[in-house]
Design a protein around this ligand. Structure first.
Ligand code: URA
Length: 209
């Protein structure tokens, strides 16, 4: 079963409070989401494998370490996932970025993929699927399926806020995927919003609504 990591670093929790606050406007909301995404990226990359290399310093040859293998791939789920990409790239500027787009079929209410473009050799990369809100878990599970269908084998999920039911859904569908969140909230309401949550992440990021 995949683990759920609640990233409780004080800076993440402090900034999340202002992200949740309904009086936070678009510009500040956007900035805060990027900042939290950057801090979360620091934690989520803690276990990346290192290899030793020889480095010529101005003084001597040193045995030092670099991250092994191909650069990782970020895969934001359109559209709200886009709001976390630049923050992560601040820390991991060489990361490749793929995209997955999903819509909900009005009859079956199931997520349907309408777009998927991933970096080459995705099977050799650590892949981080990014979506701020893990609500029912339907979209996140479908996005993870989409990247796995194209060969990804090492997948993590990064969200800002999760509902318990969304966590369960992803764990059930993808027991090999660890989930990283800043908070697990109480529940979903009848409209599918996370309670207390932060509202509609896409609308707040892009100033729509
Ligand atoms: N998507 C959002 O943007 N917010 C929620 O609370 C649930 C899903």
């Amino acid at each position: 079963m995949g683990q759920v990591y609640v990233l409780d670093h004080p800076l993440i929790q402090h900034k999340l409070t202002f992200i949740r606050d309904k009086s936070t406007g678009t510009k500040e909301f956007r900035n805060l989401v990027q900042e939290v995404a950057m801090l979360m990226a620091y934690e989520i990359t803690r276990d990346l494998p290192l290899i030793e290399v020889q480095t010529e310093t101005p003084v001597a040859t040193a045995t030092t370490k670099v991250i092994e293998g191909k650069t990782l791939a970020l895969v934001p789920v359109l559209r709200a996932g886009l709001g976390m990409v630049d923050g992560i790239l601040t820390l991991i500027p060489n990361a490749k970025v793929g995209h997955v787009g999903l819509y909900r079929d009005p009859e079956t209410l199931q997520p349907v993929e309408y777009y998927c473009k991933l970096p080459p050799h995705v099977e050799e990369r650590d892949v981080i699927v990014v979506d701020p809100m893990l609500a029912t878990g339907g979209s996140a599970a479908a996005a993870i399926t989409a990247v796995k269908e194209r060969g990804a084998t090492a997948v993590k999920l990064m969200c800002l806020v999760a509902a318990p039911i969304g966590v369960e859904k992803v764990q059930e569908a993808h027991p090999d995927v660890d989930i990283y969140v800043a908070a697990v909230d109480e529940k979903l309401n009848d409209h599918g919003y996370i309670v207390p949550g932060l509202g509609d992440a896409g609308d707040r990021l892009f100033g729509t609504r």
